[in-house]
Design a protein around this ligand. Structure first.
Ligand code: SF4
Ligand code: SF4
Length: 491
């Protein structure tokens, strides 16, 4: 494989699956991850606390936007078609920005994966964060790995029943809180809580909280590593982003093998490598795999096996980091006695970085230059035109005017490109004029009927293209909409 070739990611096959199949699907091999302490675990706890704090508390953060505007810092107001993010307010017309952000997020994930493997999966993915939280609850109530295995295999006792009941009740409580917090991103948080408990919230609120409670409970409590291995598409194509220079969790087989209990058994030290085959790395693994088998699809790069093995190395007096973070290329060189430098920045990661930077500049520029007024025009279909007594032709239009700013303003609406054209608002009793004055309140969408009239001799082949122009009198900002004026013979 070349430097930039994709790493061949193995699929871990439990021994039981290698036996001749007598049914279509293998039973799930239940994973009982053991608690461990160390660098990776502490980083994971830190990220978990940060992610959960942001998720649960953010909807409660207030943000002043002036009268008439919601005071929630982050709010996806689907009913009024607005997205509020601190000082940023997005309208449906700004959907390109959210789409761009999602695309940027995907490229950022490609970049991180090409540099550090499934770092996102191991540390910040919601499935990992909530599964970790659920496992913490499980461990507090049911004990660590050995105690849980023993109890699960033992008879049904009062101790077993109350512990299982308490665990599931707490899981459901966390799941409910998680579902409730999610809904608060879509409705005002204090109002939602008050309405929920007084039974006056909308049906949608109850339905969504129930659905999200159920999915959180099932995915984090029951499905756990099955989500990462079977449901999530990311492991399938992450191997296309990994190569020999990706910094991942790896086992130093060249110093660990041949594995065995040599030293403890008094066999000559030279016969065995540093791995004492204790399986501590397997027992802490949240996906139940053995990192000594090489790069595997199930590995979420969490590094807990590193922590476990470092404890073992300390006990046996061997050098730590038998399982470590490193690149496959460096490991191959170390096997030969060399220690090449890290080559994290390479063509693949530079391309992702370049695309990300360009995307960020485009999005920032788009946001800075986006218009605060909007204009959309629909020509009447029937009749296409009418002829007035003086021979003028008249067309009708429905004109959608949008003032996205938080201040009301005077606007001027006119047409260009059609010589001598005049406009009139049929609902007002004014005379035809070259431009019309319209007052729009703050944060307003308004549709007005506009009649445009002009001389037929200015038409070419029964039609004339014209531009509607809406201009903010105070700021000079304008919006233009291209349309047509129709006459006899036009279509
Ligand atoms: S924890 Fe370390 S010593 Fe124990 S089996 Fe795993 S690699 Fe070998
Ligand atoms: S093998 Fe190690 S890094 Fe990979 S998922 Fe298991 S514990 Fe985490």
């Amino acid at each position: 494989m070349g430097d930039h070739g994709a790493v061949n990611v193995m699929h871990h096959v439990p021994e039981a699956e290698l036996e001749p199949p007598n049914k279509l699907y293998a039973d799930r091999v239940r994973v009982y991850p053991k608690a461990v302490d160390g660098l990776a675990r502490r980083i994971k706890w830190g990220i978990l606390v940060f992610c959960l704090a942001v998720y649960y508390l953010l909807p409660w953060l207030r943000w002043s936007r002036g009268p008439g505007a919601p005071s929630q810092a982050v709010l996806l107001d689907l009913w009024n078609e607005r997205f509020f993010f601190f000082n940023l307010e997005l309208w449906p017309q700004d959907i390109w920005f959210l789409t761009g952000l999602l695309a940027l997020g995907a490229v950022a994930l490609f970049l991180v994966t090409s540099l550090f493997g499934r770092l996102w999966c191991g540390y910040a993915c919601p499935q990992t964060v909530w599964t970790d939280l659920f496992m913490l609850v499980e461990r507090k109530i049911e004990g660590d790995r050995n105690e849980r295995i023993k109890r699960d295999r033992g008879p049904t006792t009062f101790d077993k029943v109350w512990r299982k009941t308490a665990k599931h009740a707490l899981w459901l409580g966390i799941a409910f809180w998680t579902g409730g917090a999610w809904v608060m991103y879509f409705v005002d948080a204090p109002t939602a809580v008050r309405e929920f408990w007084t039974g006056t919230a909308s049906v949608e609120v109850y339905v969504f909280i129930a659905m999200l409670t159920a999915t959180t409970y099932l995915l984090a409590g029951w499905a756990r590593e099955q989500v990462c291995t079977y449901m999530c598409p990311w492991p399938r194509f992450q191997s296309a982003m990994l190569d020999e220079q990706t910094f991942i969790v790896t086992y130093e087989g060249w110093r660990g093998e041949p594995r065995g209990h040599g030293r403890r058994l008094g066999v000559a030290e030279t016969k065995f490598g540093d791995c004492v085959d204790c399986n501590a790395c397997v027992h802490v693994c949240p996906t139940g795999i053995d990192i000594r088998d090489g790069v595997q699809l199930e590995c979420i790069n969490c590094g807990l096996c590193i922590d476990a093995c470092n404890h073992v190395m300390a006990k046996t007096g061997s050098k730590p980091w038998l399982i470590t973070w490193d690149t496959l290329a460096r490991q191959a060189a170390k096997k030969e006695g060399a220690t090449p430098p890290l080559r994290l920045l390479r063509a693949r990661s530079l391309i992702y970085l370049g695309v990300m930077l360009v995307g960020m500049v485009v999005l920032a520029a788009g946001l800075a230059l986006r218009s605060h007024i909007g204009l959309s025009v629909a020509h009447d279909r029937a009749p296409l035109f009418v002829r007035l007594e003086n021979g003028d032709l008249r067309n009708g239009y429905s004109v959608l005017l949008i003032n996205k700013s938080r201040q009301g303003a005077e606007f001027r609406l006119g047409v260009t490109g059609f010589a001598g054209a005049e406009m009139v608002l049929p609902e007002a009793s004014g005379k035809p004029a070259e431009t019309l004055s319209v007052t729009l309140g703050p944060d307003t969408v308004q549709t007005v009927r506009v009649l445009v009239q002009g001389r037929p001799e200015h038409l070419e082949e029964g039609r004339q293209s014209l531009d509607f122009v809406l201009r903010n009198e105070a700021t000079g900002e304008k919006a233009v909409y291209h349309s047509l004026f129709m006459g006899p013979g036009g279509s």
